[in-house]
Design a protein around this ligand. Sequence first.
Ligand code: ADP
Ligand code: SF4
Length: 681
Amino acid sequence: MSNQRDPRYDILFEPVKIGPVTAPNRFYQVPHCNGMGRMFPDSMIEMRGMKAEGGWGIVTTEQCDFHPTGDVQPFTETSMWDDGDLPYLAAMVDAVHEHGSLAGIELVHNGQDSGCLYSREVPIGPEHRPVTWHQHPIQARAMSLDDIRDYRRWHRKAVLRARQAGFDMVVVYAGHNGTVPSHFLSRQSNQRSDEYGGSLENRLRLYRELIEETRDAIGDTMAVVARFAVDEMMGKDGLEWAGEGKEAIEMLAELPDMWDVNVSDWENDSMTSRFAQEGYQEEYISFVKSATSKPVSAVGRYTSPDTMVSAIRRGVVDIIGAARPSIADPFLPNKIKQGRPEDIRECIGCNICAAWNNLSAPSRCTQNPTMGEEWRKRWHPEKIAPKESDSTILIVGAGPAGLEAALGLGKRGYQVTLTETRNEAGGRVTRESRLPKLNEWARVRDYRLGQIQRMPNVEIYLESEMNAEQIQEFGADQVALATGALWRNDGVGRSIRFPVPGCKALTPDDIMDGKRPATAGSAVTIYDDDHYYMASVIAELLASEGYRVTLATQGMCVANWTEYTLEQRHIENRLLNAGIQILARHQLTEVGEGWLQLTNTLTGEVSNHEGSVVSVTARLPRDELFEVLKGKIPVRRIGDCFGPSIIAAAVYEGHRYAREFDTDIDPDAVPFNRTRHKLQH
Ligand code: ADP
Ligand code: SF4
């Protein structure tokens, strides 16, 4: 470790003047949802403070709703409906200021998107429209000119409250197709005939007024940031960066103190690595700097300091915006600053963070197991307690769980031996990263391996399959089995509870091991009862190899669950473009030699199909070693070997094992702190 920063990166640490305030560097944690917000404020505050501690020069809130007519229940964002909401927001400001960073707040009213389920107010928007999110049977009503005046007053009051809470910057938000000013701007949702509809100038009027009135309310006490989507990614039917997107920026060019630009909607802005690479928004936003003299920021899942420096040097941005990279590594700026960029835990672009938020639970992260646990469990992303004993530990299996456990225990100073059957580490992430477009997932392995390889107290043995006898003979004080799980081949899963007659399908493990349906180019049906990414990537793979692929699923659409990771639309589009046939609401009911039977789950209609089957249904833990060893030696299962789940869970369980090692855990106690809301009666 050099601790000498490469002078090439110095530019990232130059202060940037943003109106009346100065950011200490060019790292800006843009507003990002996290499923904590007002429901779990203690967790939210600590998480934001951690970003500041890690060197992000600007740290903002997630969206902060400022009026009950914009209530987004069940999403747990921050809210500032009246003064009663100030204390927890002020506490967040303090947590950020403690480390010398600027605190920003993003004021949001989701208008026609919000169902107002909690407030029971009637939602509002540019015109009469059914509410978009969740397809509630509720309509937003068209705002009159009086309503618009009310709306502007609410926004202004929120700005003043933000100042009272101590924020340094206020973000005026017209992005993601999800706020009242962006609804007014979009021709899709604004066909008004008054001065707020029609021409671009008219559709932009409300946003201009909000920026001007924000400035008027706060004078030069806070910076005004315009967060703006320059392209709706719907071609001529929407705002395009080369057309009205550009004109809009030019019309407002010098009004805000800073531009934070992106594309909408959220599915396009926060694309997973399967669909977009680092810096993918540059082609849409790079014109902005030539249209304004104000500092410009954009996101693009930047994790490499070289790419960041390049974006600045090429004149694309002045400030590096980041949501996911700051979640995966809250200490990313400090690691670059201290001359150790190799220690960065790079985001893999999986959107598990977004999924948990979309499920109204505190966000978690595949790469950073401490995300959301900063306050709840007092887990610091960079610090872990030193060892409490001289125990030696044998970890069997070098997948994400085994690697993370070895890393945590190694950091604590324990003597760790990690053994792995295969000739490479990484377990499922190594194997899955070779499936189409999942290559960035290998970062889960690379980060951990890179760290472990520098630890003299952690030894890794590849091509070293351990049986029960060898484990016992090894004589470690503690053994952790991180041996993973295997996909079933009998069709049993979420929907099918008994083996499907005749089913001995190929599984994802077989496919990743290089096995293929017998005849090249033949018909293959992938039966998906998993509903996440696996069936769709295997479909892509086999289609690219020339097989005639059908994806049959019990679900109402392909890869149902990826709605939460913002991928479903992109996945379905890609599969259809690859010529893959999709059969929703179909169950596998029988398999024979070269044929299979599917049953429509609504009509009961049975159909026979030629070809072979790949089943993606459920996994079983590889816990045979545990069954032999339990009671004989101190042994535990971690990761998929204990409970098959997502990669984030395997990393988390490995981390937890390392944290809790040598600690007495009361199995009856809640294993984390909880926010207690004070009753009002
Ligand atoms: P997890 O997600 O829980 O980390 P993975 O399936 O990714 O699980 O990794 C488990 C790893 O354990 C695989 O790389 C597998 O090769 C390895 N493994 C399984 N059984 C043994 C064993 N008996 N000895 C050594 N390694 C094993
Ligand atoms: Fe990145 Fe995935 Fe972590 Fe989100 S969950 S920050 S996408 S690694």
